[in-house]
Design a protein around this ligand. Structure first.
Ligand code: DC
Length: 220
């Protein structure tokens, strides 16, 4: 079994890198942000205030999330519906960030993530993978990149999906979301004590993958 935790703020390149590492090692890639986005989507779709933990707690039993893997693509199925890119919209990012600060939501998604990491060799990306979900991971990476690099990557990603995203708006949203994620009381998005801080602002994906595989072999 190989278990790699990749944490870091939005736009740090986690998903691109985690996917590439998973491909290189022939194991699955789990995007845990998609789970918080899915809860955010449900809360949004039902007109619930994402800051109201009681209201969210009431609807959690109505939510059934399945993850399906096709090659390296992870699909999220919410109550039988494949959500596709609906959870990637900027509004869903804010809802995901808001609901992820609620202990009831984190408890709801905890076992699903832990059991995936128990059952499979995985590269898992998120905010609390190294601290909470896989505290005994073979390798923990905390990925960073400058705010400007991250915002530019996110803007291009959204534009490729056909969203009319503006760099300044994406940067402002990202800074706000980072602040929420880092300063929340539960599972804050901070590096584990034994995580390797990895700045990939000026590295290609190929260089980063090589370095991660080297670090893994060093530790294993
Ligand atoms: O990685 P992402 O941008 O898709 O994540 C969406 C939100 O979910 C992000 O603002 C923080 C939250 N999140 C979290 O709290 N814990 C995780 N393991 C993954 C994401």
């Amino acid at each position: 079994m190989i278990r790699i935790a990749i944490d870091g703020p939005s736009g740090s390149g986690k998903s691109t890198l985690a996917k590439a590492v998973a491909r290189e090692l022939g194991i699955i890639y789990v995007d845990t942000g998609a789970l918080y986005r899915t809860v955010g989507y449900y809360v949004y779709s039902n007109g619930i205030d994402p800051q109201c933990e009681d209201a969210i707690a009431k609807v959690l039993p109505e939510i059934n999330i399945e993850l399906k893997y096709e090659g390296e693509t992870q699909r999220v199925i919410l109550n039988g519906e494949d959500l596709g890119d609906k959870i990637r919209m900027p509004e869903m990012s804010m809802y995901a960030s808001a609901v992820s600060s609620k202990p009831v939501v984190r408890a709801f998604l905890l076992e699903m993530q832990k059991s995936l990491a128990r059952a499979h060799s995985v590269v898992m990306d998120g905010r609390d993978i190294g601290t909470v979900i896989i505290p005994d991971a073979d390798l923990k990476i905390f990925l960073t990149a400058s705010n400007e690099t991250r915002a530019m990557r996110r803007t291009l990603e959204l534009q490729e999906k056909g969203v009319d995203a503006k760099y300044e708006d994406v940067l402002a949203d990202m800074i706000e979301r980072d602040k929420n994620d880092k300063n929340r009381n539960i599972a804050p998005a901070v590096p584990a004590d034994d995580a390797i801080i990895f700045d990939n602002s000026v590295m290609t994906v190929e260089e980063s993958v090589k370095e991660i595989v080297r670090l893994l072999n060093e530790r294993k």
